[in-house]
Design a protein around this ligand. Structure first.
Ligand SMILES: Cc1cc2nc3c(=O)[nH]c(=O)nc-3n(C[C@H](O)[C@H](O)[C@H](O)COP(=O)(O)O)c2cc1C
Length: 207
């Protein structure tokens, strides 16, 4: 009897942890699968507090050697958009959204040589900043989805026509490039995610 009682107490102590774990997993995966590009937005404003939370999520992304090459320019003043996004095909989306975030990257990295940590820091090109920025952009999109917001990754790098006017009008330093532009707002329509699961794309062991 005592044994049964002890087992019951142990199970009831552990059960809430495992249930909580399962619930979080489901919520996180559901958020990933629900994310979609949303290109039409209502008039409702995305608060500055929520924007900060989105930026925190973006900055939580992994980066090669933890370089964190990102910078963000947060835009709300649509009257500037004709200049900043001159001839950018996504203009309607930008103007309709509540906030546009321009994700920028420092393409250089400054640090001491790896074989001599005491030597003065040197600045060299960062070969993998694009990978870092891709992860950063996706984190931002996933956080937007979690807040019930609509967002769309729009290309900037490596297209000179999109990059040049942004660089000029946002006053970016020479070593900083605009990588992606993400308009964000509350969705106007009920857009659905696409099902992209294709088991035939997966090879096990070898191709
Ligand atoms: C690198 C990249 C660039 C993109 N550029 C644009 C763009 O300029 N304009 C746009 O409307 N969508 C753009 N998209 C969004 C894609 O069209 C969208 O992710 C794709 O159609 C899949 O749809 P989903 O995001 O709803 O899953 C871009 C996405 C990526 C990853």
């Amino acid at each position: 009897m005592k044994k049964i009682l002890v087992t019951f107490i142990l199970i009831s102590m552990l059960a809430p942890c495992s249930f909580a774990q399962k619930k979080d997993t489901k919520a996180v995966l559901n958020n990933i699968h629900q994310r979609k590009s949303v290109r039409t937005y209502s008039d409702k404003k995305v608060s500055d507090e929520v924007v900060t939370e989105l930026l925190k999520a973006a900055m939580a992304a992994p980066t090669g050697m933890n370089v964190q090459p990102w910078y963000f320019v947060v835009l709300r003043d649509t009257s500037q958009y004709d200049r900043i996004f001159e001839s950018n095909g996504n203009m309607r989306m930008f103007k309709e959204s509540s906030v546009v975030i321009v994700l920028c990257a420092d393409t250089t990295v400054t640090r001491s040589p790896r074989n001599n940590p005491n030597a003065p820091a040197v600045t060299t090109p960062n070969a993998i900043w694009r990978d870092d920025m891709g992860a950063c952009t996706e984190n931002l999109l996933l956080a937007a989805e979690a807040y019930g917001l609509g967002a769309c990754w729009t290309a900037c790098y490596p297209f000179p026509d999109r990059m040049n006017s942004i660089k000029k009008h946002l006053n970016l330093p020479a070593n900083v490039v605009p990588y992606s532009v993400v308009p964000i707002g509350y969705p106007r329509l009920d857009e659905k995610p696409k099902d992209k699961w294709k088991p035939e794309k997966v090879h096990y062991g070898r191709w």
